[in-house]
Ligand binder design. Structure first.
Ligand code: A4P
Ligand code: MG
Length: 184
């Protein structure tokens, strides 16, 4: 009898721990991409580093070759969406991805949109909506860019954008972006 209740006590404590842990987990969708260097290898390294630093990688979209959006450059981008489960809060996720960008050779230029080895953007952090000086989620330009919407649609077409209240698949249908996006 005594043994039984001690056992039940420990089972309950472990269940509580698991539940709390579970409740603290967030799903983050990243868009990664770059147009300089060995683009495919850099994407692979980025996914591996995100797995080490941010959390478990749950899903990857296909890789897409995409024309530079917002500026001209002779080299196209490769872009991919990565889904990760993490217990880090949004700002800590941003710190980690900026650290990974630097590690993988990202150099920031003065001009707004420019060529780069790797850019890691947070598209969604669960369905949270936040705007601070350093971080805006959902990423503010998702709906204007097929290079983000097409890979997103592949793995999360039914996701409802919490600001526009529209599915990703619907945002894609009305997106006016005409730049080329093809499966790599
Ligand atoms: N920041 C705010 N919100 C976020 C967020 N949700 N995720 C801040 C990541 N960062 C966020 O980013 C500038 C600042 O944005 C960061 O310091 C962070 O505090 P950055 O990476 O330093 O600079 P950036 O990426 O050059 O600027 P920006 O304005 O973020 O550009 P975008 O929107 O990332 O666009 N064309 C193709 N085909 N494929 C691409 O991947 N990417 C861009 C960059 C342009 N054209 C492209 C692509
Ligand atoms: Mg960026």
């Amino acid at each position: 009898m005594y043994y039984f209740s001690i056992n039940t006590f420990f089972i309950q404590i472990s269940l509580l721990f698991l539940q709390t842990n579970f409740l603290n987990m967030a799903k983050v969708l990243f868009l990664i991409g770059g147009n300089l260097g060995n683009r495919e290898e850099i994407l692979q390294n980025t996914v591996a580093r995100i797995g080490d630093e941010v959390g478990k990688v749950l899903q990857l979209s296909s890789i897409y070759e995409t024309a530079p959006w917002g500026f001209s450059h002779e080299q196209n981008f490769l872009n991919q969406v990565v889904v990760v489960e993490t217990n880090l809060p949004p700002m800590a996720v941003l710190d980690r991805i900026q650290h990974i960008e630097l590690e993988l050779g990202r150099k920031r230029k003065k001009n707004r949109y420019s060529e780069r080895t790797i850019d890691i953007d947070i598209l969604f952090y669960d369905l949270e909506v936040m705007t601070t000086e350093r971080l805006e989620v959902p990423h503010p330009r998702i709906a204007e860019r097929k290079f983000a919407l097409i890979p997103l649609n592949e793995i999360a077409g039914n996701l409802i954008h919490p600001v526009f209240n529209k599915r990703i698949s619907d945002l894609l249908q009305v997106c006016p972006d005409e730049l080329e996006v093809t499966r790599y």
